[in-house]
Write a protein that binds this ligand. Structure first.
Ligand SMILES: *[C@@H]1O[C@H](CO)[C@@H](O)[C@H](O)[C@H]1NC(C)=O
Ligand SMILES: *[C@@H]1O[C@H](CO)[C@@H](O)[C@H](O)[C@H]1NC(C)=O
Length: 192
């Protein structure tokens, strides 16, 4: 734990002096991509369903991750995007009436978003299993239970939008923190 904290501290230190070269202009690209994903998920189908998901939204996971280290938060975002991408590949989308091209672009966008967040991660850490379990349970209780019905895909689409909103908020808070830490450390004193 101590080593990990030191490492994150070091990373922050490096970021504050070398940024954005080292520490990534991940945010602007990420945030642009996040906007595209959110726009497409809303446009690729009709209005979002009023049905409630049988699996309650994991607000608790998001609350917990907000108190975690930045690196852990980035791992969480990357893993969430991976899980979301995979949700749409569990089974056949033939029952949905979504715009095929927008759906395709949406999935490409999620993939890019995941790559963008990965650019500044040196970590090979993986997300805790609660997150994976949540997505597994979600797929099981909606898609698998109904044999990939239209209604279950619409639920998945609505829940995906909620996740993308939450992930956007989380990324914005990381960015605000990084900006604040850069302001605190100020410009590097010149040595001569
Ligand atoms: C995407 O960005 C545009 C332009 O800044 C903004 O008007 C729009 O509300 C954003 N959409 C989402 C879903 O955030
Ligand atoms: C997709 O699922 C439908 C039933 O929902 C089925 O009729 C069709 O054959 C499946 N297509 C593929 C490629 O598995």
């Amino acid at each position: 734990m101590f080593i990990m904290t030191t490492w994150t501290g070091l990373l922050f230190f490096l970021c504050s002096i070398l940024s954005p070269a080292l520490c990534c202009d991940w945010f602007s690209r990420y945030s642009h991509q996040s906007n595209i994903s959110l726009t497409l998920i809303r446009l690729m189908g009709g209005p979002m369903t009023d049905e409630e998901s049988p699996v309650s939204f994991p607000y608790k996971l998001y609350r917990r991750i907000r108190r975690a280290e930045v690196e852990t938060q980035l791992v969480f975002i990357r893993e969430s995007l991976k899980q979301i991408f995979e949700l749409y590949h569990y089974g056949n989308l033939s029952s949905v009436n979504w715009d095929t091209s927008k759906t395709h672009h949406f999935l490409q966008s999620i993939h890019r978003q995941k790559d963008d967040v990965s650019t500044c991660m040196l970590s090979t850490k993986t997300a805790n299993c609660r997150l994976k379990n949540y997505y597994r349970r979600l797929a099981k209780k909606t898609l698998y239970r109904t044999g990939f019905s239209t209604a279950s895909w619409e639920l998945i689409r609505k829940v995906t939008e909620q996740h993308l909103d939450q992930l956007d908020l989380l990324a914005n808070s990381i960015r605000a923190l990084a900006a604040a830490s850069r302001r605190r450390s100020g410009p590097r004193p010149q040595k001569d």
